[in-house]
Design a protein around this ligand. Sequence first.
Ligand code: ADP
Length: 454
Amino acid sequence: MLGQLLSLILLLLLGAFAGHQLLQSDPLGPCAGMFLVCISWCLFDQYKIKNVLKWLRDTELEPNREIVAKGVGGYIKIIDRVVRLQRALKRINADNVLRLNDFLSAIQVSPNGVLLLDSESRIEWCNQTAAYQLGIDMKKDVMQLIANLVRDPIFSNYLKHYETQKEIVIQSRDSRPEIPRMISLQLFPYGEGRRLLLSRDITQFEQAEVMRRDFVANVSHEIRTPLTVLAGFVETLLTLPVSDEERQRYLELMSTQATRMQTLVNDLLTLSKLEGSPVPSKTEWTPVMVLWRQCNQEALSLSQLLSLHPSQQIKFEWLLEDEKCEVAGSRNELFSAMTNLVSNAVRYTPEGGTINVSLTQLLTGDIEFTVNDSGPGIAPEHIPRLTERFYRIDRSRSRDSGGTGLGLAIVKHVAQRHDSLLSISSQLGKGSTFSIRIPSERLRKSTTEPAGLV
Ligand code: ADP
């Protein structure tokens, strides 16, 4: 700055001297010289400012300092400062873009849908989940009215009269009658008239809710029937004069109903324990021989209980391949699963039928507990649903034989908790086969004679 001032003073002095020399007779000569210097200085300054403005206007890229410096004189300092500012701004901008991209990527992977609406309810942006759930194509549908794309009347009404914190539930775009899918939507206002729309797939939640309602209805129904019978007999015994024989018969029927309720409650407790307790450890070892013998006794006593004529009793065939094998897991759970399969076979196989029970070793090192019967068999459409709670093919038959509809649900749970697989195969009229395959990781050979054998 000082240098510029000194240069100007020097040029003015030179101009005055030159004016005096050229116009010696005229006293205004020095003034004219200085005037010309001022005009030239201003013009040159204008030229430099023009170059600076040109650079500011044209340059997008970082300037070549050497070239720029030629036509701008002292203004190069301003240019240097601008360049520094420009670089700092670029850095900040790049940081912001990076953070924005991170933020958008995080919202993209969210399992919930996020959609931004402007004040006119036009789509400004949405993540992939929202696009999928609502059927939006982000290439074509940006700035489209959301009401034109999501045509559910519940949603259209909600868009007009929405209340904060209140959500609505509509069918998802890919919902089908056989596989209904539901999504919940909720609007939140932000900025100047803008709105954020959050979408959430609640199909599983809805299914769980339906299952819960069904379960409560089933349990109530199962308990109400024997309770009604019991109440009826109690009422009869209290109010009517009955003979000793009748009293005895009524008491026996009441006892059957009470046992039925007891079995149901026991099965429910078993299921709830299976669902609520930690997975059985792999440190508790049970000899398969112990399970095998308990199973054997259960099957024979149940078969004797159900058969009227000893001559027509069910024939059993037992095959235990490896007597020295031990299984890691809960002894009670494994026993309950195995006896459930055997008792089902006994209950559904008509008198004179055959039941084969085997525990065989597979080439993979796993073992398979199989119960095969010559009963009525199961139609293929029922097989995938047999392990659902209270699913029964023939309700009255199941009840008459003391079934609760929970047996196979218990078996499936126990199998899962022991990393094992329950498989069912059957042919109508030809019998059924139920197997539990226990993986080799849960097996070992015992070195001693199994304890607890009877
Ligand atoms: P339940 O107590 O009614 O036997 P389960 O869960 O054990 O309940 O079995 C569900 C249904 O599967 C039964 O109601 C029955 O219809 C069918 N089922 C189970 N085991 C057999 C079998 N061995 N033979 C034929 N049907 C069977």
